[in-house]
Ligand binder design. Structure first.
Ligand code: 3PG
Length: 196
């Protein structure tokens, strides 16, 4: 979460473009890449992107322990989930992999803290009330750090990053489907230049 201000959230439809997409993002300064398990090619994409020097590739949209195992076997260096179940949480903590579960309320955070976690994805960030909601939620959990994701954009990313408890933001805007590597590098450069 401290390796850069923005974690690109990737939906890889065609594994043939995975490596060049990762190269373009790394060239633009975004090294931590979240590949969502939302497409049939996602696990293969993680393997291909892992070959790119400098890339730190993890799996997103991991919703159960079976997917956790598959993501780890594919070489994921971190795991992101839209939510937090006890089963997935225990399995992820046991595996020792850096784990960023989604939270949307105090109970979610407290269940995460019971597992020894302090770092969470605030999801879906804008639909859950945006910055005022996370400010209110983060106050009692002053020891926790957050990565807001879902509706975060170049227009509001700096405002999120100005919050002390926000270490980075996640978003899909840096690598839109079908964009050329040049376009992706340009978007990544802008995103990586945001103040963390
Ligand atoms: C996620 O999976 O974290 C979100 O779908 C990313 O949301 P965005 O498309 O609004 O950036």
């Amino acid at each position: 979460m401290r390796m850069g201000p923005v974690v690109p959230v990737l939906v890889v439809e065609d594994v043939g473009h995975a490596r060049e997409t990762a190269e373009a993002l790394v060239e633009g300064g975004l090294k931590v890449l979240e590949v969502t398990l939302r497409t049939p090619d996602a696990l293969k994409a993680i393997q291909r992107m892992n070959l790119v020097p400098g890339a730190v590739v993890g799996a997103g949209t991991v919703t159960n322990d079976k997917q956790l195992g598959e993501a780890l076997s594919a070489g994921s260096e971190f795991i992101v989930s839209p939510g937090l179940t006890d089963k997935l949480g225990h399995a992820a903590v046991k595996s020792g992999v850096p784990f960023l579960p989604g939270i949307a309320n105090s109970g979610d955070i407290m269940r995460g803290m019971d597992l020894g976690l302090k770092h969470f994805k605030f999801f879906p960030a804008m639909a859950n009330g945006g910055i005022p909601a996370l400010k209110a939620l983060a106050a009692p959990f002053f020891q926790c750090k957050f990565c807001p994701t879902g509706g975060v954009s170049p227009d509001n990313a700096s405002d999120w990053l100005a919050m002390e408890q926000v270490l980075c933001v996640g978003g899909s805007w840096a690598a839109p489907a079908g964009a050329s590597p040049e376009t992706i590098t340009g978007l990544a450069r802008e995103a990586s230049g945001l103040a963390a």
